[in-house]
Every structure is written in C-alpha cells, then in structure tokens.
Design a protein around this ligand. Sequence first.
Ligand code: SF4
Length: 287
Amino acid sequence: MKVTLARGSGFCFGVRDAVEMAHESTDKYGSVYMLGDIVHNEHVVRQLDDAGVMVVDSLANVKEAPVLFRAHGTSKEVWKNAEKEGLNIIDATCPLVTQIHEEVKQLAEEGREVFIIGDHGHDEVIGIASQIEGATVLSSAAEAEPLRKMKKIGVVSQSTQTIENVQEILNVLVTKATDLRFINTICFPTTRNQEAIKELARLNDLMIIIGSFTSANTKRLTSISKKLNNQTYQVQTDKDLSLEWFKEIETVGVSAGASTPDFLIQKVISRLNEISIEIGTMETEPA
Ligand code: SF4
C-alpha cells in the first residue's frame, strides 16, 4: 500500500508560530493566559495546559500573568480593554489575519458596504468584523440572496474558506451591486493545502484527513476530499484507523487540518505503514 502525505499538511505557519510563542511565554513567565483554545485540537490544548497555559473566557479572569492573543486574531474591543487594563499582551496574531483587518478598514474607507465570507461565530471572523462598523458575515450563497441592491460593495473572506464557497457567494453578490470590490483573503497555506488534497483525492484509492471534529478547517478539508473521493475518512488519531477500510486499497493519500500537530500526523503515517504490512500478511495467508 502506497501512502502519500500532502504537501504542507498540518500546522500552518501562523498556528506553528503561535504555539511556539505560547511555549516560550510559559518558559519565561511560568504561565500565560489565553482567551479560548489556541487551536481546535484537544492534544495541542492538553500539551499547552500541561506547560502552564490557562484558558479563560474573558479578560476579567486574567490575573498577574501575561495574556496571549491567538493566531486567528482578537476583536478590537478586547484589544482596547486589555491595553486599558495595562495587561502584558503577547500578540501571536498571524500577519495574514492582520492583513485582512487592514483590508476591511480600507474597503469601509472607500464607502463600501462590507461583507465577510466566513463562519458565523468563528473567532477570526469576529475579529475581522470588529475592525469596522456594520460588517455583514455571509456563510453561504443562500444568505446573500435576500440582500437588497447596493451601490458599492467590498468583500473579503475568512482565511480558511474554500474558493468554491467564496465564488458561489460572489456570484450572488455581483447581482446586488454596481460596484463590487473583492479582495481574496484566503491565505496561501490554506490554498496550498486545499489544492494538494484535491490532487491526492483524485490520484489515490482512499483518503485520510487528520484533525479534530471540532475544527471547522479540518471538516472543510474532509468535505473537499469527499467530493472527489467517497472513500475519505476523517480521523483524530492513529487509533481511529480501521483495518477494514484498507482491504483492496493500493494507494492512500493523507492530509491534515491547520490545527493538527506533526506528531499526530507521524503517528497516523506509522500506523498506516503497519496496516500495510498487516494487510500484506493477511493477503498472503493461506485460506
Ligand atoms: S490559516 Fe492562514 S491566516 Fe490563519 S493562522 Fe494559518 S496561515 Fe495565518
């Protein structure tokens, strides 16, 4: 059984840097606060918890230690309050998210009605929307349909959206405005990951996508793969792999969400190699 790992799978540089900063901060200060989990992955969260990261739901619960602002950005209001309180802020915001904040401000300055294509309630989207007054979040083309006609529209997207969803929504938005400006803010690690999955899903008999079921990014990657290869399985760890899936399978493509750490990817790859040997043995066993 041939196993191929997708280029650029797992932690994107934004998440990798934020996790490193969290570890460096706990080494330096003993502990550090964070508003919510750093990524949607239970293993990473547990490791950071062991290292001294304390997850809280509001700044009111931040005591002496510094507070780390996560890769996917923090709302303007929280920034202001933290500065007002004189908290020691460790900023791990991904530069590509900061760029989206700048883009929406620019669109608003141009006098456009601003739309953010993204998941409702996602922290990155909340952070982007907070940069200006009156931004509207759209997660699907159906949500764009009832919009009234407008003169000037500005559109950005959450960094981890699929280009297909963005295009569907844009198709509706172009019918709503005479002047539409779209800035493609899907980040390049996301684009690269999605493209690699599409290629592997076409070329392989079966696909494995590694990541937490709480990770919207991983779920999106699984759905991209499933559209091209119905033998697609999402697993959280190597323990979730079932031997049954791999009978008659010659090639396996593997990828992982941006919140999946390398050690989990390596464990899955090792288990797949073991499965390959086990299945090979079973196939050569006499009936
Ligand atoms: S997904 Fe993209 S924008 Fe988000 S943290 Fe990773 S690199 Fe940055």
